[in-house]
Design a binder for this molecule. Structure first.
Ligand SMILES: [Fe+2]
Length: 206
């Protein structure tokens, strides 16, 4: 049964305002990647910033959405678990991410692949809260994913190369990215269920 999870509009608007107005030092930028001890700092682009949800006032509300996703997927913790706020790079807890215009350096999200944890795959559900006027499209395995504002897609981040195009005008791309670990034994079940909970399922080649 289809049960596409939606982030309440009011929360989306609050997150958008936060992304423009908040000046917290918890934001991580491509150009200050040292702050998160990024293994891949040399390929972390400019023109993006992100902040862990648990470092924001939205922590509890995001936990509720996380639980809605888990309930809708309907599998046990033998199959799928959220990436908790205790996790550290290279396993990213849920975050709010922005891509913005940066004409001086490479920007957007660089092509990369994330890492498994103890053999479990990293799968992310990304929710597009604000779509830029130009650019920002996600690319998975060299395919551009068409996603609209207030829609979600998933990416098997430890299995598929992925990136996002630069944003070339003032309106930022704003997403909430929910991270999960998936037991490889249950990939088929998760694939089936994910089609019911995200707007744009991306499951090919796995
Ligand atoms: Fe990634």
């Amino acid at each position: 049964m289809t049960n596409i999870i939606k982030i309440p509009n009011e929360l989306q608007q609050d997150i958008i305002s936060f992304c423009y107005d908040d000046t917290s030092s918890e934001w991580m930028h491509g150009f200050d990647a040292d702050k998160v001890e990024l293994v891949r700092k040399s390929v972390c682009n400019n023109g993006r910033k992100f902040i862990y949800c648990h470092e924001t006032k939205f922590h509890e509300q995001i936990k509720i959405i996380e639980q809605e996703y888990l309930n809708a997927i309907g599998l046990s913790s033998d199959a799928i678990v959220p990436i908790s706020s205790d996790e550290k790079n290279p396993h990213y807890p849920h975050f709010i991410g922005c891509i913005f215009k940066d004409t001086q350096k490479s920007s957007g999200v660089q092509t990369h692949i994330d890492v498994r944890k103890n053999g479990w795959y990293q799968m992310r559900i990304n929710y597009l809260i604000q779509k830029p006027d130009t650019g920002g499209e996600p690319i998975i395995n060299r395919t551009v994913i068409n996603v609209n504002e207030n829609q979600s897609w998933n990416v098997w981040a430890s299995e598929h190369k992925h990136s996002a195009l630069p944003v070339t005008e003032d309106k930022m791309r704003i997403t909430v990215s929910f991270g999960f670990f998936v037991n490889p034994k249950y990939v088929d079940e998760v694939k089936t269920q994910i089609c019911n909970v995200v707007d744009v399922p991306v499951n090919y080649l796995i």
